[in-house]
Design a protein around this ligand. Structure first.
Ligand code: IMP
Length: 500
């Protein structure tokens, strides 16, 4: 079939949209996915696992739930699919289902199928992640790096390192034995590893509690197998598209935690639309590709963050005690009673802490404080150029009101080193650490925009900034988020600056 007749043939069929993070994760993708899910028949997760945390609010904004493996549409009764490039933790998934039940959705388990080729996250991978990488890199400690590592490695001597979901359909008991063997061998290896802090290892072993964990995994796996939720057909998604379904592909993490990131401070899966395509979502059916960026950018874990308030001092502050020290409760007590003074403060740590506590920028799953910075449009433009986007969703625009006492809202539009402009995004750590942003300045605004219904109701300074940003990015700003609820989104209706 020639390409043209192929496209004609496809017109009768379904299509898919992709949502991809364009900063360092936590761009509030869950919310826009939840909004876009209204028009979808099914939501697909194509990368990562329970390292993600997508926070979604109920309609009146009074309650929220953090989804980490379940595709966001399940809260609206949409079908979900966890596709081949994902890892999957059965025990964590069942804990998540309990959270979803408390949120008021009882049948979520029946809605989501899991690809036969997704890999199980095994206890030994969690142990290795916590013992060797969590402190060094600031990983989530959920076994993600070791899980993808083992998937690539497949076997090591006698050990079968990677277990795909499909093997559970053949022989669950055998899979459990492999998991236990992998765990025992890992403990023995780590106990002899001079790089491994033995005190930390002992604590991790105690916390993991392998006996209980194996029992939980066994129950969870049996339930999934019993309910026939593991999908054997590798062409499942394209079959749904051929049936005319509209599918939303929900990326986890972000392009700047992948090939655009700085090793080793990256995650191990491919969040780009290429990751979705390689799960069997043909590009010919791709209708829209929405990138997501947060107007108050954040990063969790370690790694360079060029526009960070206070630079590496904030990185150290947020990572103290692996992120546990300056948590939500600590910061609310520290900044809540003198908020205005902190928002006026010249001390970047104090300013960032106050903004963080007001905008609730703490890890959805881990609870770690997220490092805060200024908006870096250069990195987003580069991602758009490299990976393509039909539109950008700019989240949490209402939070820019907190910058009201500053001289201006600054947006990074380029980079420099020792006063000389550079024309690339540095992906090497030392290179990134000596880079600073070149900024454009915009007028601040002091207005609560969270109830605005259209662009015309936004302050003119903000509308000008949005239009200028759109021109700079060379990509339409598809929509902006102005609050946590699903109805707090303003969609583009034309030139933002001219909206009337
Ligand atoms: P891992 O994905 O747990 O291996 O962690 C690697 C890096 O990616 C760490 O800096 C994590 O904080 C970061 N990371 C992983 N998942 C997310 C996410 O969903 N949001 C933000 N950062 C993430």
């Amino acid at each position: 079939m020639c390409p043209n007749s192929f496209l004609l043939f496809m017109k009768k069929l379904g299509s898919w949209k992709g949502v991809v993070g364009t900063q360092h994760g936590d761009e509030a993708k869950g919310k826009i996915v939840d909004v876009l899910a209204d028009e979808a028949d099914e939501v697909v997760r194509y990368n990562g696992a329970n390292n993600a945390g997508h926070k979604i609010y109920n309609t009146d904004g009074s309650r929220s739930v953090v989804l980490s493996q379940a595709p966001s549409g399940v809260l609206k009764g949409k079908r979900g699919f966890i596709a081949a490039n994902s890892l999957f933790s059965p025990s964590a998934y069942f804990e998540e289902l309990e959270r979803i039940k408390k949120f008021g959705v009882d049948n979520a388990i029946h809605l989501t199928r899991i690809a036969t080729q997704a890999s199980l996250i095994q206890p030994h991978q969690r142990l290795r992640d916590v013992a060797l990488a969590k402190e060094a890199i600031g990983t989530t400690g959920r076994g993600i790096g070791p899980g993808y590592g083992d998937r690539a490695m497949r076997t090591h001597g006698e050990r079968q390192l990677d277990l795909r979901m499909g093997v559970l359909l053949e022989d669950t008991q055998k899979a459990m034995r492999i998991m236990q063997n992998n765990y025992d061998a890992e403990v023995a290896l780590l106990e002899r590893d001079p790089e491994c802090d033995q005190k930390r290892l002992k604590a991790a072993i105690a916390k993991l509690n392998i006996k209980d964990l194996m029992a939980q995994e066994f129950d969870a796996i049996n339930t999934l197998v019993g309910l026939e939720l593991i999908e054997k057909d590798p062409a499942y998604i394209v079959r749904r598209l051929q049936q005319g379904m509209n599918i939303l592909a929900e990326g986890a993490q972000s392009l700047y935690l992948a090939n655009l990131g700085t090793t080793p401070y990256i995650t191990s899966s491919d969040p780009s639309v290429g990751g979705a395509i390689s799960c069997g979502m043909p590009w010919q059916y791709l209708k829209e590709l929405i990138f997501v960026a947060k107007s108050i950018p954040t990063r969790v874990g370690k790694g360079p963050f060029i526009t960070e308030y206070g630079g590496s001092a904030q990185e150290a502050y947020c990572m103290e005690d692996e992120g546990d020290k300056h948590n939500r409760a600590y910061e609310q007590a520290a900044y809540g009673h003198r908020l205005d003074a902190c928002l006026r403060s010249n001390n970047p740590l104090e300013f960032a802490g106050a903004v963080r506590s007001q905008t609730d920028e703490y890890g959805g799953v881990s609870g770690r404080p997220r490092r805060l910075g200024e908006f870096d449009a250069y990195m987003i433009r580069t991602a758009i150029e490299m990976y393509g986007a039909t539109g950008l969703h700019l989240s949490k625009v209402d939070c820019l009101q907190l910058l009201k006492h500053r001289e201006s809202i600054r947006i990074g539009v380029g980079y420099a080193q020792s006063g000389k402009n550079i024309d690339y995004v540095p992906t090497n750590e030392a290179d990134a650490r000596r880079t600073e942003a070149v900024y454009r300045e915009y007028g601040t605004f002091d207005a609560d925009i969270s109830n605005a219904k259209s662009a015309a109701e936004l302050p003119k300074e903000l509308r000008r900034m949005l239009q200028d940003l759109e021109d700079y990015l060379g990509c339409p700003i598809h929509s902006i988020g102005i609050g946590p609820r699903g109805d707090q989104v303003i969609f583009r209706q034309g030139n933002w600056a001219l909206a009337a």
